[in-house]
Ligand binder design. Structure first.
Ligand code: PHE
Length: 350
């Protein structure tokens, strides 16, 4: 046996003893436990008798450690004895004060991201959209290929993908739901798809997981004006009637034409200034980006066997944390993920 083995066994004795002590309920049983561990033939004494087997230079330290162990056991024993005796007294009914107020349970609150998700879904279901959901672990086909993003396409670099294998990814956006929906339902249709998405990105304004809501509407003769009208309705329902909306030309492989949508900054009301200070949220521009959108690219319709000559549609994808930050004037994204109850409690009344 080495000094290390010896120390390991001492530790095991301490552990077993503490466990046995915890289970013990009657003071009368303490003595038997003491004898089993600390008695002349108890486990500690037995281990001590193997001390001479240790290499001579390890013996002094081992002996010292064994003494410490003995002291630990004795201390635990007397603490337990005190506790058992005290327990007997508190059971005494005369010490029970029935006039003390009871403990109140905490009332939970919904997470701000959930609140905003619910509110956005409600705004869209009110105008006839259905809610659909899909898997967070996606294959290459739905996340990229069917969305007109073939392998080697530079657009794959736009999103820092988390790969599970060569062809399986954590979805980088909710757009795969466009394909999944069209594959299983014939047109016309109007759906929104809320959910978590993942990207290899982490800094002050990005987290590796965040929430998006995808929107897709397919019908005959859908135009960019329908898209603009729908999104303006959404923005004014979620923010205020006075919020302004602006479309900026952009590029997504699965929509043509594509746009990014900004709303007038709700923090500084589009002025770029909060009092005399430049607005931090819109960086003094008066506008903040909240979503990407466009008219469904005919190449996407072909992937799901919709006739691109007949069907037209629009799609959009919006960032939920972004909307929540603007709606509740939160300027630090990390607050959403720290789960500090002092922060979360503030959403109680909503
Ligand atoms: N999927 C895009 C993104 O995550 C957003 C988008 C959705 C753009 C639908 C156009 C249409 O950035």
């Amino acid at each position: 046996m080495t000094g290390e083995d010896f120390a390991g066994r001492l530790e095991a004795i301490e552990r077993d003893f503490a466990r046995a002590l915890e289970r013990l309920e009657r003071e009368a049983d303490l003595e038997a436990l003491r004898v089993a561990y600390l008695g002349r033939k108890g486990s500690l004494a037995q281990l001590m008798s193997s001390l001479p087997e240790l290499p001579a230079e390890q013996r002094p330290a081992a002996g010292k450690r064994a003494n410490e162990c003995k002291k630990t056991l004795l201390d635990l024993l007397s603490a337990k004895q005190d506790a058992l005796q005290a327990g007997g007294q508190t059971a005494d009914r005369s010490r029970f004060d029935a006039t003390l107020p009871g403990r109140r349970d905490w009332i939970g609150s919904k997470h701000p991201v959930t609140l905003v998700l619910d509110e956005i879904c409600a705004a869209f279901t009110a105008i006839g959209f259905d809610v659909v959901t899909g898997p967070e672990i996606e294959n290459d086909f739905y996340n990229f290929e069917a969305l007109n993003i073939p392998r080697e396409h530079p657009a794959r670099d736009m999103q820092d993908t988390l790969y599970i294998s060569d062809s399986i990814v954590l979805r980088t956006h909710t757009s795969p739901l466009q394909i999944r929906t069209m594959e299983t339902s014939p047109p016309p249709l109007a759906v929104i798809a809320p959910g978590k998405v993942y990207r290899r990105d982490a800094d002050l304004t990005h987290t590796p997981m965040f929430h998006q809501i995808e929107g897709l509407l397919v019908d005959e003769e859908v135009s960019m004006a329908d898209l603009r009208g729908t999104l303006t309705y959404f923005v004014r329902t979620i923010f205020s009637k006075k919020t302004r909306v602006r479309f900026r030309p952009s590029y997504f492989p699965f929509t043509e034409p594509s746009a990014e949508v900004d709303i007038s900054c709700v923090i500084c009301r589009g002025t770029g200034f909060c009092g005399a200070d430049p607005c931090r949220v819109c960086k003094q521009t008066g506008w903040v980006e909240i979503l990407g959108c466009g008219m469904v690219d005919p190449a996407v319709f072909e992937k799901v066997d919709y006739d691109p000559e007949r069907w037209t549609g629009f799609a959009f994808g919006l960032g939920v944390e972004r909307v929540a930050m603007l709606k509740y004037c939160i300027d630090d994204l990390r607050l959403f993920f720290e789960n500090d109850v002092r922060f979360l409690n503030q959403f109680q009344a909503c």
